[in-house]
Design a protein around this ligand. Structure first.
Ligand code: ADP
Length: 536
């Protein structure tokens, strides 16, 4: 028997329409060097309609790729709304990629148009002659001296009327594409559909996850070129959540100013950003973070001390999320379950998260056998579901899938209540004497020492044990903490044979294009002899 329910497609245009009238007065704030600007959802949606009309005039058709090379700002949001809704595909380019990687991705995706922020035009100029397939470049703002022919965004959309007639589309058609940041090999393209975007957005409004709603104002620190800013742009329009777009002003002090001026209720970004905010917040006597009901930290393991410090010093709860480019990204959020005391909540917040409805998850061993969800068995996480990718764009990558499940490359445990704990990425695990050591646990623990600002742990070869951990530490400005003191500190928390004997103190750690510790770069520094290493 077939159900009698209607089967209207889940399309991004309807998220746009919903936010446009239901939350017409909600605002999008954008940081500029001259202060904050702000515009209403109604205006943003109208400008998106004009943009769609202008792109149509330019010759953009169904399935054409329109790329963005932009920071988090209102215009970027307009492309998010317009391009998929008109049936084209939005391709968000990572502004921190090396020029040759960027050219590779633009050509691989066959981008036809690029919308670029003025500050990023020089980056584009460096690769212009290698991206011959790009027909038009639209610049978001005035440019004194354009190195090539460009279209001015305001003139472009100013020539059109609002009220674009969004087309009917198949809900499984491509809406947005984003390439993985390439920390584990060549960047690979992931294509999100209208349907996957809808369902992912709805999941993000669930109170069991972040629960975005119309009481919220969100400081969107996670870049819009990284997995749709974790879906927050679409969720915001769906739920009536206001957005604060920080552009390139991402230092702790600047974010602190934005928080105190605009009083967001939610902030989302990677843990390194929040560590920097914590440092900035501690340096001011008038710090006030009380507007924040939660900070969502994800993309990398969140150290316990960070969660404790935000709660104890500033009264802010940190939620952890787990996800990857391939998973739209949200899969799990560490919302503590019912019945847990305030004191024990933190034992849940330090986990990667609890899996959301819609995502099917399992852990497997090297032979592909499914392991128990008992919080003890350690294996690789595998996923499937309506917002989990089933393949990569234009690339055959059978090793990343098993019987229709995405192999994440992340290793850890799954408990009977659906909480994931990440031990490591498979390639970052340290194999010592036939046993695994978790680099994640070592680094998140050592970062709890008051003299440590940041720390990353990688494997170094060892004649006797095969591999041993090397801990690379950035001290806090006044700290003189020694390797021995840190080793003693760690010994209260981890097994004796895990304790690193190799230590290195540096001014700063290499970070990936999205702000995570870059262990590949760190391994290269060690291999090239560029790190001074003490061995205890
Ligand atoms: P990249 O692979 O280039 O870092 P992604 O943003 O797709 O780009 O990264 C996804 C990966 O980030 C996951 O596979 C996982 O290793 C890591 N990650 C994400 N969230 C967490 C978390 N809460 N704890 C530990 N690792 C995380």
């Amino acid at each position: 028997m077939r159900s009698t329910m209607q089967d209207a497609p889940l399309l991004i245009r309807d998220i746009v329409r919903h936010g446009q009238w239901m939350y017409a007065d909600k605002r999008v704030f954008t940081a500029t060097s001259a202060g904050m600007t702000s515009t209403s959802f109604a205006d943003v949606a109208q400008r998106a309609e004009r943009l769609a009309a202008a792109l149509t005039r330019l010759g953009v058709q169904r399935d054409d790729r329109v790329a963005t090379l932009m920071w988090n700002n209102q215009t970027h949001m307009e492309t998010y709304l317009a391009v998929p809704s008109m049936g084209a595909i939005l391709h968000t380019l990572n502004v921190r990629l090396f020029a040759d990687q960027l050219a590779f991705i633009i050509n691989h995706a066959a981008d036809k148009v690029i919308v670029v922020d003025p500050s990023l035009v020089p980056l584009l100029a460096r690769i212009k002659e290698h991206i011959a397939g790009v027909e038009h470049i639209i610049v978001n703002g005035p440019l004194d001296d354009a190195p090539f022919a460009v279209i001015d965004y305001e003139e472009f959309i100013g020539a059109e009327e609002p009220g674009f007639d969004w087309p009917d589309l198949d809900e499984t058609s491509a809406a947005v594409m984003c390439y993985t940041s390439g920390t584990t090999g060549d960047p690979k393209g992931v294509v999100y559909s209208h349907r996957s975007t809808w369902l992912h957005s709805m999941a993000s409004t669930s109170a069991n996850s972040i629960g975005f709603n119309d009481h919220d104002r969100c400081l969107l620190v996670v870049p819009m070129f990284h997995v749709n800013a974790w879906g927050a742009v679409y969720t915001a329009f769906m739920a009536g959540t206001e957005l604060i777009m920080p552009q390139m002003f991402l230092q702790g002090e600047l974010l602190l100013n934005m928080i105190m001026e605009l009083r967001p209720t939610v902030a989302v970004g990677v843990p390194t950003i929040w560590n920097d905010l914590l440092r900035a917040a501690g340096g001011r006597s008038d710090t006030d973070l009380t507007s924040l009901r939660t900070i969502l930290a994800g993309g990398a393991a969140v150290p316990r001390f960070l969660i404790e410090a935000f709660r104890e010093r500033h009264g802010v709860d940190v939620l952890q999320g787990w996800g990857m480019t391939e998973t739209s990204p949200l899969v799990a959020v560490s919302t503590p379950p019912t019945g847990v005391s305030r004191e024990h909540e933190i034992d849940y917040r330090v986990k990667a998260g609890r899996v959301m409805a819609g995502v099917d998850i399992r852990i497997t061993n090297d032979q592909g056998e499914v392991l128990a969800r008992d919080g003890v068995a350690v294996g690789e996480f595998e996923l499937r579901g309506p917002w989990i990718t089933a393949g990569y764009y234009g690339t055959d990558a059978p090793d990343f899938f098993r019987d229709g499940w995405l192999r994440t490359g992340d290793i850890g445990t799954l408990d009977p209540h659906g909480f994931m704990v990440i031990t490591d990425r498979a390639k970052d695990l340290i194999k010592s004497g036939g046993e695994w050591i978790s680099s994640v646990e070592l680094e998140t623990t050592v970062m709890g020492h008051e003299g440590v600002f940041e720390a990353a742990v990688i494997a170094v070869p060892d004649d006797r044990w095969q591999e041993r951990p090397l801990c690379v530490v950035v001290r806090t400005p006044t700290s003189e903490v020694s390797a021995q003191e840190l080793r003693d500190y760690l010994s209260d928390y981890v097994a004796k044979w895990w304790l690193p004997e190799h230590w290195s103190f540096v001014e700063g750690l290499p970070k990936t294009s999205v702000g995570k510790f870059d262990k590949r770069a760190l391994r290269r520094l060690v291999a090239d002899g560029h790190l001074e290493i003490q061995t205890l």
